[in-house]
Design a protein around this ligand. Structure first.
Ligand SMILES: [Zn+2]
Length: 234
């Protein structure tokens, strides 16, 4: 809801209880007309010594709670949890790791709904990816992070299929070659595995180093991409 709409919202208060309500509050209907007063804002109500009704919460935010769509996806590398919003894919994580996110979102008031959103579109692309037939994902992403994290994840998305980069190369691409440690942390917090290809970042000595989904998964993804690339005739 915009600020303009909020400021136009009228509120009612009850003289005997000193509680103020939204006009549509069910608790407010019991108010006797002679006790009813009106306010144009909750600031005005509070300044008059009224406190907010616990039923209609007139001081609360007017935005609708956001809905995230949650699905399970069975891949050759185990079950993943897919999560998307109305805007795009929010998260793709091994099911055993997604639980903490789901609990956090629920606590933050996000409405979790089974299926829907971009989950089927994502599942179709992941199917094609595991079949070796897809190299570039087109499903929209709704990545949420700090400015730095978003920059790092954008660099990850620019690493071509079947190619690896070192943490230092990613830091260099950001114009900050000394930031390998921060880059490593941002890569580790990538919410959409496989699609945002953090598995393509390895140690400068060629070792696989860490991976949120486990090194076996990282190795399998790199092997899959190497095998799907057409062999060049010598
Ligand atoms: Zn109320």
């Amino acid at each position: 809801m915009t600020i303009a709409m909020r400021s136009a919202m009228a509120l009612q208060g009850c003289r005997t209880t000193s509680i103020y309500c939204r006009l549509a509050c069910p608790a407010g209907k019991r108010m006797k007309p002679e006790n009813r007063v009106y306010f144009s804002s909750h600031e005005e109500a509070r300044a008059s010594g009224y406190r907010a009704c616990k039923v209609c919460k007139p001081d609360g935010q007017d935005v609708e709670p956001e809905t995230f769509f949650v699905s399970s996806y069975d891949s050759p590398l185990g079950t993943y949890t897919l999560v998307s919003s109305h805007m795009g894919v929010i998260c793709m994580e091994p099911a055993e790791e997604a639980g903490t996110c789901l609990i956090r979102w629920k606590r933050d008031g996000i409405c979790l709904q089974r299926g829907g959103g971009y989950n089927s579109a994502l599942a179709r692309e992941i199917d094609a990816y595991f079949a070796g037939k897809l190299r570039q994902f087109t499903v929209p992403l709704d990545l949420r992070g700090t400015v730095f994290q978003l920059q790092v994840w954008e660099v990850l998305c620019s690493i071509p299929y079947g190619v690896t980069r070192s943490y230092r190369e990613v830091a260099q691409a950001l114009g900050n070659p000394k930031a390998t440690r921060a880059v490593g942390q941002a890569i580790g917090s990538n919410p959409v595995s496989i699609v945002v290809p953090c598995h393509r970042v390895i140690g400068s000595d060629g070792r696989l180093t860490g991976y949120g989904g486990g090194l076996n998964r990282k190795k399998a993804l790199l092997n899959l991409e190497a095998a799907a690339l057409p062999s060049v005739a010598v």
